[in-house]
Design a protein around this ligand. Structure first.
Ligand SMILES: Cc1cc2nc3c(=O)[nH]c(=O)nc-3n(C[C@H](O)[C@H](O)[C@H](O)COP(=O)(O)OP(=O)(O)OC[C@H]3O[C@@H](n4cnc5c(N)ncnc54)[C@H](O)[C@@H]3O)c2cc1C
Length: 431
């Protein structure tokens, strides 16, 4: 990508110690942590708001952050929950771990403002100038045109690993046998639902199967996946399924959005006509963008494997933890495979999963850290990605001293994370 842009001809829009691209759960937490640690931090986001899949993808609820009844993800994630609670975005008739996506936008703004993160919204990464194992600068595209941004340490929070890919990092994509990624899903919400009258999940499944038999629904997903929200009379659907599309290909993304909206249209007709409780409901909202479960993975100094997850392995340089199952929605069609960790167990994520091989001043703070396809299906959930992001932000600040992410003293990083309230195996009081 760097060859496509003449960096010498670009105006330098700004510079920062730590430059983070992508303000989803990972990039947001990285930015807040880096700024709180004292780094001059710039966060670049293509949309007009932060939150990534949690807001732009309408993904809900937060998957587990506990193991054996104890929290294993704390720190910034807990503070986000607390701030959501303060806005009333964490309570509701059937709350579970559902949150209000609109209120999360306020929380993200507040956290950035309080930490002193400099924000650049409505701005996309356009190209990366990297040479001799370092990112020298990036090009950004916005209504202000094509501009350059300079920095000392760069953090990729794009989810898709755009920054790392365009810097020439080693990449993998999808499952080993055919490179297919988990399906995309356009989330949508129905409002005006009589929650007391809706049938059981099994009964809705039978109605759905019958509608598929009649040819009224064209969706490879095996059942209707829905969640209750923080609001009364509202149901959140995570049930469309678009397979065999590449999230890093704009034409595929275009087709995926259109196909998914077609599925939403069918589902809404089905719900209104077939499912008790939905008679007077309406389609409140489709997510601003189709949800991406999986795309590139950036290969780092350590690769988290499916076995590491399922056997709840620990690492001396663990900087975050997870307990969510290996959860693979069939990349090619029907079916979902869920493989759980032993009860009460959690796995560690090594700092070396955040350091892309061969690039000295880049960290990954998103679902695309170094892992295999199965491990990715576990670590991708929002609380885990937030913990990864917080660790990446603290590490980015520490890396400023020597300019090399591999020079970070990991024992100090782990201690610093614990001091910030994060939960680290072997160090945290609750462990
Ligand atoms: C359908 C679906 C259901 C899911 N269900 C759950 C669930 O129930 N619970 C749960 O906890 N997790 C769930 N997940 C997983 C979770 O939502 C994501 O894996 C998580 O949001 C990943 O966070 P991230 O920061 O890595 O990336 P993202 O959330 O994708 O954020 C990336 C950010 O970077 C920005 N960006 C991307 N490229 C560029 C660029 N080139 N320039 C500038 N900005 C850029 C994006 O706009 C976005 O804000 C689900 C995911 C999907 C898709």
């Amino acid at each position: 990508m760097s060859d496509a842009v003449n960096f010498e001809a670009l105006d330098v829009a700004t510079e920062a110690d730590v430059v983070i691209v992508g303000g989803g759960p990972g990039g947001l937490c990285a930015a807040v942590a880096a700024a709180e640690e004292g780094a001059d931090t710039l966060l670049i986001e293509r949309y007009g708001f932060l939150g990534g899949m949690a807001t732009a993808g309408l993904v809900n609820p937060f998957m587990t952050w506990h193991a054996g009844g104890k929290p294993i993800i704390r720190g910034l994630f807990e503070r986000i929950l607390g701030r959501l609670d303060g806005y009333g975005g964490w309570v509701g008739p059937r709350q579970g771990s559902a949150f209000d996506a609109e209120l999360l936008k306020f929380v993200a703004d507040d956290l950035c403002a309080d930490a002193g993160v400099r924000l650049r919204l409505h701005t996309s990464l356009a190209a990366v100038d990297a040479a001799e194992g370092r990112v020298r600068r990036i090009a950004i595209l916005s209504k202000s045109g094509l501009q350059a941004v300079e920095g000392e340490v760069f953090v990729d929070g794009t989810g898709d690993g755009d920054l790392a890919a365009w810097a020439g990092a080693d990449l993998e994509i999808g499952r080993d046998e055919d490179g297919l990624c988990q399906p995309m899903t356009l989330c949508f919400r129905m409002l005006g639902v009589d929650l007391d009258r809706i049938p059981s999940r099994a009964e809705i499944g039978e109605l759905y199967d019958a509608a598929k038999e009649r040819g009224e629904i064209d969706n490879p997903r095996e059942n209707v996946l829905f969640f209750f929200t923080t609001h009364d009379r509202e149901v959140h659907f995570n049930t469309t399924r678009i397979v065999k599309r590449d999230a890093t290909d704009a034409e595929d993304m275009t087709e995926a959005e259109l196909e998914a909206r077609g599925q939403v249209r069918q589902m809404v007709r089905f719900l209104l006509s077939e499912v008790p409780g939905f008679e007077d409901a309406w389609l409140q909202e489709m997510a601003p963008q189709i949800g991406i479960r999986e795309s590139r993975r950036v290969m780092g100094d350590c690769v988290l494997t499916t076995e590491d997850v399922l056997e709840a392995r620990k690492f001396d340089d663990g900087i975050a933890r997870g307990s969510y199952a290996v959860d693979i929605h069939n990349p090619a069609g029907t079916g979902t495979v869920i493989r759980r960790l032993p009860p009460g167990e959690a796995y560690d994520i090594s700092y070396r999963c955040l350091t892309p091989r061969g690039i000295d001043n880049l960290l990954i703070a998103a679902r695309c850290i170094s892992s295999d396809h199965g491990a990715h299906s576990s670590l991708r959930v929002m609380p885990i990605v937030m913990a990864i992001g917080e660790a990446a932000g603290v590490a980015a600040h520490m890396a400023l001293a020597g300019g090399d992410v591999r020079g970070v003293e990991v024992a100090s990083l782990r201690e610093r994370l614990v001091a910030r309230g994060a939960s680290i195996h072997g160090l945290s009081p609750e462990d």
